[in-house]
Write a protein that binds this ligand. Sequence first.
Ligand code: IPD
Length: 274
Amino acid sequence: MTEFDVEEVFTVALKAVKDAGEIIKEAFYKKKAVLTKSCAVDLVTATDQAVEKMLIGRIKENFPNHMFIGEESVAAGEKCDLTDEPTWIVDPIDGTMNFVHSFPHSCISLAVLYHKDIHIGIIYNPILDQMFTAKLGQGAFLNDKPIQASEETELGKSLVIAEYGCGWDIQTMESVLKNITALMNKVHGLRAMGSAALNMASVASGGADCYFQYGSHVWDIAAGTLIVREAGGICIDTEGGPLDLMSRRMICASSEKLALQIIPLLTPLILERD
Ligand code: IPD
């Protein structure tokens, strides 16, 4: 079995994410060449691909035995297999649509798992210079300062994030609209900011009280899951049970009490697993 030194891996991961941030910053306000993937609003740019390539290079150089799951590699046909080996799970730009429009709400999301436990989570918005980090059992941080999920437990006083997703199929659109309609007059406010990882970082740092989504992928939520939990929040399945990272559905919140008030209001969307 491969050795796993969390401090050593974290140091390499943090440096790689900072360097990836420079690539994103350099391209952010320029015109981008945009390609589509599964549909007309599922986008990829040369920057997504360049960041992912750079991160793969860093892993190979430093930890040749570690495994890798990345959004753009999977889009290009690589397998999405999560084993017990140390595995880096990467979204090179989460919030690609925002990036394309120079809307400053995009980030790099990187998690490192060992025996399927998330040991490291890093989410970095280089435009706003927000670096969220967590190591298993060691708390969560924003730019090195500890963060805490809110103490809100009441649905009626909660700020809830409900994403639109990036699909135009009828099933997805109906589920999104039903869920927004079901919640709209029961919460303080609803938001959709276009980056799953930054939504989770908002719950972890107390700015939002809950975020749920059907259709997210493991690379969107792996880092955020650890950061939310280390900040005192919860990440569970949208049916209320333990979270399965590959299930493409997740709800995170400041407390289980709050999540359990939202779950019965949701119309589920069944999707193929990662
Ligand atoms: C997307 C964003 C978006 C979420 C989608 C994700 P991408 O990730 O996180 O907020 O609604 O489900 O796929 O494609 O920008 O990396």
